[in-house]
Design a binder for this molecule. Sequence first.
Ligand SMILES: Cc1cc2nc3c(=O)[nH]c(=O)nc-3n(C[C@H](O)[C@H](O)[C@H](O)COP(=O)(O)OP(=O)(O)OC[C@H]3O[C@@H](n4cnc5c(N)ncnc54)[C@H](O)[C@@H]3O)c2cc1C
Length: 396
Amino acid sequence: MAGSSSAYDVIIIGAGAAGLMCAATAGYRGRRVLVLDHANKPGKKILMSGGGRCNFTNLNSTPANFLSDNPHYCISALKRYTPQDFLELVDRHDVEYEEKAPGQLFCRDSAKDVLNVLLTECEWAGAEIRLKTQIQKVREVNGGYQVVTGSGVLSCESLVVACGGLSIPTMGATGFGYELARTFGLNVLPTRAGLVPFTLQPELKQQLAPLSGVSCPVDAHCHNEHFREPMLVTHRGLSGPAMLQVSSYWRPGDEVHINLLPGQPIREDLLALRKQKPQSTPAQYLNQHLPKRFAQAFNELQGWHGPLQGCSNQDIEQIADTLGNWTVKPAGTEGYRTAEVTLGGVDTRQLSSKTMAVLDRPNLFFIGEVVDVTGHLGGHNFQWAWASGVAAGNEA
Ligand SMILES: Cc1cc2nc3c(=O)[nH]c(=O)nc-3n(C[C@H](O)[C@H](O)[C@H](O)COP(=O)(O)OP(=O)(O)OC[C@H]3O[C@@H](n4cnc5c(N)ncnc54)[C@H](O)[C@@H]3O)c2cc1C
């Protein structure tokens, strides 16, 4: 197919994490590759990720760290391109990194380092990147594809859709990948914001407002998916890693259960305290284990007054239950505006788990976040972008 200037072997729509990885992989195979993006810069989400330092992989990533309607789909690609493989790549480029939490690798300096790795690899592999390109139409022609852009018609043998999800529209996110999938008759599973802060009902929001900025380690769960990580109270609601993780499992109307003192035998502690220091209060107990501001406000919220000696066994039971299973019914989430990922997307039952190609269209590929595979917080989403990008790049 290569020959004229507008004919490529592979066109990739989306110069993000998955698209750039795919471009380099296909380029190294000798394919003539063009990456198209409507944005003015490639890899904008990489640059803003991990607080500007890009949590680029997770050494402990397993398929259990991913949500999908078809949970086995991601296994093959993740197995064939592992966190260690990406680590070797960043090592080859002398990127300095650090493990900020167990398994979570971040750039020591800046997320730019990871983007530079990908752009350098694309350059070495001879893949061309064309930005500020509006894609008007994609059509199938003679077993290949034509991509109609604002600046001309391009053609390719293989088309890779890597245009991400709906999160952070200000960074260039669009639903274009889903539209394309539908155009080609594919099923798109309902999308929703994931890894996103919760908003609260006005009353609770007001009660917790003085705690804005306070963080404490909790065990939070929803639909029996537990996350033992910090929770952060914000002026809008509840955030922090524990809440972001749980948000991916949460549906409107669900309750979120929060153990404020994970690992602590709360009931036994309170019973012992009542016996040994009957004058002590639940507030004092909380003060020992939680940040002071949080302890005070939570105590106010619950209206726990007076010493433990005035508490019956049933009262103690109730206090222990509230601390160990504080139940919050969020009003909603902050939505795509601040979500790190989009859940749902192109139904993987129609794709090859080995190549990411559509089962009955072997030269049309969907990779990265546009597909119904979503990782937990902690570098898993980039690992999926790399792994799915490599899988498609080896075939496209
Ligand atoms: C604030 C934030 C922080 C994050 N931090 C981390 C982290 O530290 N670790 C981690 O693993 N994950 C993180 N993520 C998630 C991660 O960024 C995504 O999972 C990953 O970028 C998905 O890669 P992708 O290539 O599929 O999509 P993207 O990286 O979103 O790339 C899609 C590309 O397609 C382009 N595009 C979209 N529509 C069109 C169109 N119509 N025409 C042409 N081009 C189009 C976009 O401009 C973009 O360049 C974070 C996300 C956010 C929002």
